[in-house]
Design a protein around this ligand. Structure first.
Ligand SMILES: Nc1ncnc2c1ncn2[C@@H]1O[C@H](COP(=O)(O)OP(=O)(O)OP(=O)(O)O)[C@@H](O)[C@H]1O
Length: 255
């Protein structure tokens, strides 16, 4: 479980987080929404100690992140926007192996993890391919594989669909759906819920660095769930689909 308690984070005079308390259970699929500048990225960067709060605390499985950064980074994987800028190796397999290798695992274990992670994102057998020859959707999938190879409990994806064309977006969504069904927890940061609402257990929305809405979703009642989210997120600058049966019908509607 990831837990934040009364997190406050300031950049100079600007307050990016203003008392955020959240609990994210293992296996939960959480969409973290909010307008630009509402604090989403600042919040998720606290989950594994990439940033430290000015006030408050973050716990992963009950242990303060500040006390066990390595443990937090093993349990909470992160994939940021523009994964292309974050690759550290020339080939897919080398890049996915980077994290496990840093853990000091045996070559056999590294090979197993790389194979499993690439299979999980639908890129099995493509470890020798050069990363710079891949498409945007494949970059996102390799980045997710790199995070998965650490075998995290939670995977945080910051705007994973930005810049992807429709087939690539659908392909990434398919992978998220399968991984979620296998028990991986997700925190997906987005200001546009069209793609992910159907997968989400819960939508948390930030506004001005605070939790402005926290809505649980009923997987068996997509249309009602969309309506509940639309009501809760009204005025927060988040795009919500009108109904899952016809997600494009209200694609341009803003609440
Ligand atoms: N490194 C930084 N230095 C100064 N201010 C920052 C920094 N990072 C974020 N901020 C400010 O903190 C606030 C929250 O930013 P943050 O990036 O967390 O929001 P966000 O919801 O992720 O936005 P976006 O959707 O645009 O990525 C904004 O006002 C932003 O300008």
């Amino acid at each position: 479980m990831i837990e934040t308690r009364e997190l406050v984070c300031r950049y100079g005079d600007a307050t990016a987080l203003d008392g955020v308390s959240l609990r994210i259970a293992d296996g939960e699929f959480v969409v973290l929404a909010g307008a630009n500048g509402s604090g989403k990225t600042t919040l998720v960067r606290q989950f594994n100690g990439l940033e430290t709060p000015d006030e408050g605390e973050v716990f992963v499985d009950g242990t303060p992140v500040a006390d066990d950064l390595v443990g937090a980074r093993r349990r909470v994987g992160m994939v940021f926007q523009n994964p292309r800028d974050q690759f550290v190796a020339a080939t897919v397999g080398e890049d996915v192996a980077f994290g496990p290798r840093n853990l000091g695992l045996s070559e056999n274990e590294i090979e197993r993890r790389v194979g499993d992670a690439l299979t999980a994102v639908g890129m099995e057998g493509r470890g020798d391919e050069r990363i710079d020859r891949l498409s945007g959707g494949e970059h996102e999938r390799v980045a997710i594989a790199g995070a998965l190879a650490m075998e995290p409990d939670h995977l945080v994806l910051d705007e994973p669909f930005t810049g992807l064309d429709e087939p690539a977006r659908l392909s990434v969504l398919d992978r998220l759906s399968e991984l979620s069904a296998e028990g991986v927890g997700f925190v997906v940061v987005t200001h546009d819920l069209r793609d992910v609402l159907a997968l989400a257990d819960r939508v948390v929305a930030l506004a001005d660095g605070r939790v402005a809405a926290d809505v649980g979703l009923d997987a068996d009642a997509d249309a009602q769930s969309a309506a509940a989210v639309r009501d809760a997120l009204s005025g927060l600058g988040v795009r919500v689909p009108g109904s899952e049966a016809d997600p494009k019908a209200n694609a341009d509607r803003r609440c």
